[in-house]
Design a protein around this ligand. Structure first.
Ligand SMILES: [Zn+2]
Ligand SMILES: [Zn+2]
Ligand SMILES: [Zn+2]
Length: 506
């Protein structure tokens, strides 16, 4: 492999620089702060091989009664087992049944590699079946009734088996009419039959066993390459890149195919491409970036955004550590995020997808930051930045004003507590304001419904003031009704707590 020091290399280097500029610009950096320092480029040959291993996948299911399929082996379990083994052997080593699969892979040429990602069922044998007897009922389908020991009778309930009942009025033993004097009655467990249906085989006396067999091919992938520099990094990159994603990078052609023993078939793929490694000065720091293929897919990705977003990351850490999120810091971080093309994009897409705060949204944000930075950021930094987004959004663009609701509901809750305590002391534990009505639920619910519109109105006045400072596209839809359920529960609770305390004091 020779290094390319010619016009092609220059073209690649400029292409890589333009890609980097397109990604970075608008994120605390301008185009003229990104300069190409040095570069080298090399031809690169990628060799892949796929070992398709042929094997058998079998499963056996049992059913009560007759469910036989074809071929069916009667009750000849021995030959049924022999057939299972025979099918397995065919799946592994019979070359005639894999012919169609092999030619379909070969027909796809180089694209066959991109499709070599998962196991493939290439032949379906269907099922074969056998019958076996039920041991629980000795194939009769019925078992003795445990309640009566098979006799079909049990002692009469009315006379406990005596056949007579003592009459306290006449002080005599009368005949028991329940059993007409026999002392026995039909067993309720078996209806007098003495036997019951066998549950193990559902009364059939035998089972059907069906084995289904499939022949599957499972790919194992190996690769090697020849290149002059960045060997370890390229090796790491190819190890974690699934073959179906290689189609974005290079195009392969299929080479030799050969049988490796009875149950493995090997296909060779080959691709020629170029790689480039370049040094960039970004603001005052140097970074090395390397890329492969016509589309210049980067495989050395320094954490450039950890450097460009260092202020945002530090401030986000401060915000994430706060128990009560501060409005001033939230606004400060929000303004920083707003100035960055990538971060403001993440915030906007978050607002359009997840209006409220959830665990799912936090995971989404961490990944969203990482992905929009195209991996040029550490996982740690992307989760710090992602975590702060819902926090400052909640502060600068809240769904409702907690303060407004608290101001209106504090007096309501106190009043309800007093009502509760009063009824505990004088009302025998019942709220007596509505005569004869158990109103410990109705009063707090009514009070909540009366106070809620006032609180909601105050809440929307407060939010309007906060929203006036937040750009429209970052404003969360107001939901002033959100806290109503919370306060309704609190109100009911207050009456009960008041009532309890009142009753204790009494
Ligand atoms: Zn049975
Ligand atoms: Zn019985
Ligand atoms: Zn009786």
């Amino acid at each position: 492999m020779t290094n390319i020091k010619n016009k092609d290399a220059d073209v690649l280097a400029i292409k890589l620089r333009n890609r980097l500029i397109a990604l970075l610009q608008g994120n605390n950096i301008s185009e003229n702060e990104i300069s190409l320092e040095d570069y080298q480029s090399s031809r690169c040959q990628l060799n892949y091989s796929v070992d398709w291993e042929f094997s058998c996948s079998q499963s056996q299911n049992g059913y009560a009664g007759n469910h036989h399929v074809s071929p069916h082996y009667g009750d000849d379990v021995n030959n049924y087992n022999i057939e299972s083994t025979r099918r397995c052997t065919i799946a592994k080593s019979d070359k005639s049944i894999r012919g169609e699969f092999i030619s379909s892979i070969a027909k796809q040429d180089g694209d066959g590699l991109f499709n070599s990602i998962s196991s493939n069922t290439f032949y379906n044998f269907g099922g074969h079946s056998v019958h076996t007897g039920c041991n629980n009922c000795k194939q009769s389908g019925a078992v003795y009734c445990g309640a009566c020991g098979g006799s079909g009778n049990q002692n009469c309930y009315s006379c406990a088996g005596r056949g007579k009942i003592y009459n306290s009025q006449s002080q005599r033993e009368d005949l028991c009419y329940g059993c007409m004097g026999t002392g026995k009655m039909w067993c309720s467990g078996c209806g007098g039959k003495g036997w019951i249906h066998c549950n193990t085989c559902d009364g059939a006396g035998f089972f059907t066993w069906i084995t289904t067999s499939e022949a599957i091919a499972t790919p194992k992938i190996y690769f090697s390459f020849e290149v002059n520099f960045s060997k370890i990094e390229l090796n790491n990159f190819l190890s974690i890149t699934p073959v179906n994603q290689l189609s974005n990078i290079v195009s392969f052609s299929v080479g030799d195919c050969q049988d490796i023993g009875d149950s493995v078939w090997r296909v060779y793929y080959k691709a020629f491409t170029t790689i480039i490694e370049a040094g960039f000065k970004i603001k005052n720091n140097s970074f090395r970036v390397a890329a492969i293929g016509d589309s210049l897919t980067p495989f050395i990705k320094p954490h450039i955004f950890d450097y460009l977003f260092s202020v945002e990351i530090e401030k986000s850490k401060t915000l994430n550590a706060m128990r009560k999120v501060d409005y001033k810091i939230s606004l400060e971080i929000f303004n920083l995020f707003k100035e960055s093309r990538l971060l403001s994009g993440v915030v906007k897409s978050f607002l359009s997808k997840y209006p409220s705060n959830s665990k799912e949204s936090i995971r989404y944000l961490r990944d969203a930051v990482f992905e929009s930075c195209e991996g040029f950021i550490s996982k740690e930094s992307s989760s710090v930045l992602g975590l702060s987004i819902p926090k400052f959004i909640k502060c600068i663009s809240p769904e409702y004003s907690k303060e407004a609701w608290n101001i209106y509901f504090l007096p309501v809750l106190i009043l309800l507590f007093v009502v509760g305590a009063y009824s505990g002391l004088y009302g025998g534990g019942r709220v007596v304001l509505i005569n004869g009505f158990s109103s410990s639920i109705i009063i707090p619910v009514l009070a909540t419904l009366i106070a809620a519109p006032f609180a909601a109105a105050a809440s929307s006045r407060r939010i309007a003031k906060i929203h006036a400072m937040t750009p429209k596209e970052f404003q969360v839809k107001s939901r002033h009704y959100r806290p109503i359920m919370l306060y309704m529960v609190l109100s009911v609770l207050m009456v009960y707590v008041g009532g309890y305390i009142g009753a204790v004091l009494k």
